[in-house]
Ligand binder design. Structure first.
Ligand code: NAD
Length: 247
């Protein structure tokens, strides 16, 4: 029987690379985006690229910070595909600003979208996986969640929480054959990092041992490993993928 993967926020960037890689590995794919407009603009194209691997790929608009919308998406995915074998909690945003200038709204939005979404989707898909007695969950953390980053009080809080949530979910779900891990990317070239200034990008590059930025496919490869049989005894871990940004 075929296996199914839901990747949140997978219309573009790292999520799209993960979707395409898991499609190449034989998974049917759910491409999720925050709105129908995002799906029409780039998500549908990503789904088409997944189908080129000969698997099914369907799009689903749902704001993953909203529990009711997650509930509807997970029910639809289960009804459509029969099983949910992989969940990648990838959707995320940045609203950067130094602490004293950061608005309460920008703090709350990042926590709600980056962090609460992981609670919503892990609870709902976790229930499906518990009944199946198998599953793989991979969360997108960040080096900001491991080490902190100036201008990212909100983002680093959300990503640090995701690392703790990964460990808690791994402890709760492990006895039922479900692994929960995280990856912590450094600087990866996507629309999220394209908006940084040249000065910010150069400062980051100076700290990277490999002296280049990462590509979305380099995150997707590690996520695919964590979803594979080779990672059957790996759980609760956070793997940094940063070209040696912090050592
Ligand atoms: P991106 O902005 O290119 O893609 C994120 C996607 O998530 C977008 O398509 C966006 O529409 C979607 N999204 C946003 N809010 C959503 C919501 N509420 N519901 C559903 N979808 C939503 O960003 P990216 O660089 O591909 O980042 C992907 C993940 O990797 C994020 O969690 C990000 O924090 C993390 N990350 C990225 C980097 C990097 O350098 N790019 C580094 C560390 C961690």
């Amino acid at each position: 029987m075929s296996k199914t993967a839901i990747i949140t926020g997978s219309g573009r960037g790292i999520g799209a690379a993960i979707a395409k890689r898991l499609a190449a590995d034989g998974y049917d794919i759910v491409i999720n985006e925050v709105s129908q407009e995002a799906l029409d603009t780039y998500g549908a194209q990503t789904a088409e690229e997944c189908r080129a691997s000969g698997v099914k790929a369907e799009c689903c608009a749902a704001d993953v910070s909203d529990y009711a919308q997650c509930e509807a998406m997970v029910k639809w995915a289960k009804d459509t595909f029969g099983t949910i074998d992989v969940l990648v909690n990838n959707a995320g945003i940045t609203r950067d600003g130094l602490l004293l200038r950061m608005s309460e709204e920008n703090y709350d939005d990042v926590i709600r979208i980056n962090q609460k979404s992981v609670f919503n989707m892990t609870k709902l898909v976790g229930a499906v996986m518990l009944r199946q007695k198998s599953g793989r969950i991979v969360n997108l953390a960040s080096v900001a969640g491991l080490y902190g980053n100036p201008g990212q009080m909100n983002y680093s809080a959300s990503k640090g929480a995701i690392i703790a949530m990964t460990k808690t979910a791994a402890k709760e779900l492990g006895s039922r054959g479900i692994t929960v891990n995280a990856v912590a990317p450094g600087f990866i070239q996507t629309p999220m990092t394209d908006k940084l200034t040249d000065e910010q990008k150069a400062a980051m590059l100076a700290q990277i041992a490999m002296k280049r930025y990462g590509q979305p496919e380099e995150i997707a490869g590690v996520v695919a490993f964590l979803c594979s049989d080779d990672a059957s005894y790996v759980t609760g871990q956070t793997i940094e993928i940063s070209g040696g940004l912090s050592m």
